[in-house]
Design a protein around this ligand. Structure first.
Ligand code: ADP
Ligand code: ASP
Ligand code: MG
Length: 462
C-alpha cells in the first residue's frame, strides 16, 4: 500500500492511515507500506536547493530546517507520543545531514544532479519514520527502510531513475521475510545507483516505488491510496462532473498517465503489469468506496471512449522544407540530433508530401531541440523550423476505440462544431489512444466538449 503526500500531510491524515492499516492487519493481511513526503515538502526542498546556488549571502537554509522540524515534530508528538524521543533524534539527525549538504552546495554554488537527488529525497526520509512510529504506537509492529535498503537499485539517470531488474529479487529477500512479523514502512521516490548514490524516480515517483515493491514481494494487489475516489474520466479539478472508472486496463492507464493523469505515475504500471498484479486506486479520505482496479483486461464496457487527459508544458515543433521530400535519412538525422540532446519526443506526425515533420516535445527541452535542429539546417535539407509553446496535448483513451469505425470522425466533428481548432492529430497503432494538439486557452473546453459528447459523467454497465 502506497500513501501519497496528502494522505500523510498532517496528524489527522496519518491517524486515518493507521486506521486503514490496522483494519487490514486485523483481517490477517500482510502489508508493506510505501509513503511519500508530506504535501509540499518536496517542492520546498527543490526550491531551496535552487535558491542556495544563487549568490545571496544568507541562503534560506536555517528557515527551511526550522520549518521542516516544527511541522514534522508537531505531527510526531500527536501520532506517536511514546516515540517522541527516539524518532525525534532520528529526525534531527536527518535534518543535520540535510543542512550540511545544503551548506556545501551553497559554498560551492554548484548543484549537481547527484546532490540534488540526495537533497530532494529528504521529504520521504522525514515522513516515513513518523508513519512507522504511529503504527508502533497503535500496537502494530513496524520498521522503517529507505528505498535502497528495501532493495531498489536503479540506473544513474538522476531525477528520473528506472529500477534495474535485480531490484525485484533483492526486495524479495529483504522485504518479504519481514511481512509476517511487522509492517515495513518504505520511503518512496528513491533508490540508489549501482555505485551506491541516492537516485530519485521522478516527480510523483512514490507510485512507482509502490509498484516496484509490490512486484518484488509478489503482492496479491498493489493499492495506491490518494485524495480522490479512484481513476476518473478526467481530472476532477478541471471537470467537476468527472466520474470514477471502476476498472481500466494497464494499457489504457499507461496512456492516460503518460498524457498527464497525475493520479498514477506512468512508470508505476510496468512492474505491476510484468507480474500481472492488480493495482487498486483508493481514497484515503473515503476508504469504503471501491476505487478503481487497474488490470490486464478491463471489464468489457460498451463505451468506446473511457477517459481524457491533458498534458501541459509542451511545445509543438514544425520542421519544414521541400528538400526533405523522398530523401532517406532526414528523419534519422532529426531524431538523432534530438536524442543526442536528450529531447523527449511525445508525438510525431509526418504528412504524405514529406515536406513537414511535426513533433510535440517537453517545453523544457525546446531550446536543446532547436539547437540540434539548427545543426541539421546548416546541412541544407531543412528549410525552416518553427515552434509554438502555447499549446496542450489532449489524449482520448479507451480500448473500445480499436476497431470501432468512426471514432476519429466523432471526436473531431464534436470539436469542429464547438469551434475548437485542432493543430495536430496522432493515433498510435494500438488504437487505445487518439491524441491531438490545441491552443492552451482551448484545452479545457476541448476536454469538456468530448466529456459531454461521450457522456462520460454518466455511468454505464461496467
Ligand atoms: P498523491 O499525493 O496521493 O500522489 P496526486 O496529487 O499525485 O496524489 O494525484 C491525485 C490527483 O490527480 C487528484 O487530486 C486529481 O486532481 C489528479 N488527477 C488528474 N487526472 C486524474 C484522473 N483521471 N483521475 C483522478 N485524478 C486525477
Ligand atoms: N515526494 C515526491 C514528489 O513530490 C514523490 C511523490 O510524492 O510521489 O514528487
Ligand atoms: Mg502522486
Amino acid at each position: 500500500m502506497k500513501f501519497g503526500g496528502t494522505s500523510v500531510g498532517d496528524e489527522k491524515c496519518i491517524a486515518r492511515v493507521v486506521d486503514i492499516l490496522a483494519a487490514h492487519r486485523e483481517r490477517g493481511d500482510e502489508l508493506a507500506v510505501v509513503v511519500s513526503a508530506m504535501t509540499g515538502v518536496t517542492d520546498q526542498l527543490i526550491a531551496t536547493a535552487q535558491e542556495v546556488i544563487c549568490s545571496c549571502e544568507y541562503p534560506p537554509i536555517e528557515a527551511l530546517i526550522h520549518a521542516l522540524r516544527s511541522r514534522h515534530m508537531k505531527v510526531l508528538e500527536t501520532v506517536a507520543p511514546d516515540y517522541l524521543e527516539e524518532v525525534g533524534v532520528y529526525i534531527d539527525d536527518r535534518l543535520g545531514k540535510l543542512k550540511n549538504i545544503l551548506t556545501a552546495v551553497h559554498t560551492l554554488r554548484e548543484l549537481t544532479p547527484r546532490s540534488r537527488d540526495y537533497i530532494i529525497s529528504f521529504g520521504e526520509r522525514l515522513s516515513a519514520p513518523i508513519v512507522s512510529a504511529a503504527l508502533n504506537q497503535a500496537g502494530i509492529n513496524s520498521t522503517v527502510m529507505d528505498g535502497c535498503e528495501a532493495g531498489i537499485i536503479t540506473n544513474s539517470c538522476h531525477g528520473g531513475a528506472v529500477a534495474l531488474p535485480e531490484s525485484y529479487s533483492r526486495i524479495q529477500s529483504r522485504v518479504a521475510p519481514l511481512l509476517s512479523e511487522c509492517v515495513p514502512v518504505i520511503m518512496g521516490f528513491m533508490g540508489c545507483s549501482e555505485q551506491g548514490f541516492v537516485t530519485t524516480l521522478g516527480r510523483s515517483g512514490s507510485d512507482y516505488t509502490g509498484s516496484i515493491i509490490g512486484a518484488g514481494i509478489n503482492a496479491d494487489e498493489i493499492w495506491i491510496w490518494t485524495d480522490v475516489d479512484g481513476v476518473m474520466t478526467t481530472d476532477p479539478r478541471m471537470i467537476p462532473e468527472a466520474r470514477v472508472i471502476p476498472s481500466i486496463s494497464f494499457l489504457e492507464m499507461m496512456e492516460l498517465s503518460y498524457f498527464g493523469a497525475k493520479v498514477l505515475h506512468p512508470k508505476s504500471i510496468e512492474p505491476a503489469m510484468m507480474k500481472d498484479i492488480t493495482v487498486r486506486v483508493k481514497n484515503t479520505f473515503n476508504p469504503a468506496t471501491p476505487g478503481t482496479a487497474v488490470v490486464r483486461t478491463a471489464h468489457r464496457e460498451r463505451r468506446v471512449v473511457k477517459a481524457l487527459s491533458i498534458i501541459r508544458k509542451v511545445a509543438l515543433l514544425t520542421i519544414g522544407g521541400a528538400q526533405m521530400a523522398g530523401r532517406p535519412g532526414v528523419a534519422r538525422a532529426i531524431f538523432s540530433a534530438l536524442a543526442e540532446r536528450e529531447v523527449n519526443v511525445m508525438l510525431i506526425s509526418q504528412g504524405s508530401s514529406e515536406a513537414n515533420i511535426t513533433l510535440v516535445i517537453d517545453e523544457d527541452h525546446l531550446m536543446n531541440a532547436i539547437e540540434g535542429l539548427n545543426e541539421i539546417q546548416k546541412r541544407g535539407y531543412v528549410r525552416e523550423i518553427t515552434f509554438d509553446k502555447d499549446i496542450v496535448v489532449i489524449a482520448v483513451v479507451g480500448a473500445g476505440m480499436a476497431g470501432t469505425p468512426g471514432t476519429s470522425g466523432r471526436i473531431f466533428s464534436a470539436l469542429g462544431e464547438a469551434g475548437v481548432n485542432v493543430m495536430m492529430i496522432t493515433q498510435g497503432s494500438s488504437e487505445v489512444n487518439v491524441s491531438f494538439v490545441v491552443k492552451e486557452g482551448e484545452g479545457q473546453r476541448a476536454v469538456q466538449v468530448l466529456h459531454d459528447e461521450y457522456r462520460l459523467s454518466e455511468g454505464c454497465n461496467e
